[in-house]
Design a protein around this ligand. Sequence first.
Ligand SMILES: [Mg+2]
Length: 142
Amino acid sequence: MSDDGPERGDRLEALGRAIARFNADRAWGPFHTPRDLAMALCIESSELLELFLWKREGEIPGRERLEEELGDVVICMMNLAAKLGVDPIAAATAKLVKNAAKYPVAAAHGRATKWDELAAEAGADRGEARPEGEDDGTAAAR
Ligand SMILES: [Mg+2]
């Protein structure tokens, strides 16, 4: 099985059907509002993050707990995507294309620099200096 061939999509679709069946068997549809599903996704992501809390640099949590929390994140993502009618593979593929434009290989290779800083560097390379003190709106978010 390849990593990105049609088999992967078939497995994701099968997972989506299994999740839908799981939810239907429990009549959980009324609880699955977009707001609550988005919150559940963030909460499960936090549970994944919690596994790394207070660990030493490079220390990896136990495999079983990691797989459980990653599984929860995927289930919540699939529930939210289904509720909103979003194809998660199409959405991720489209975002990958956008990210490729934001992170050109020549500028981003081997660097963990945020896209706006890469863009500013590219602008500076072209002689387009950002005015002193100009905030592009991302400074407060960092
Ligand atoms: Mg969990």
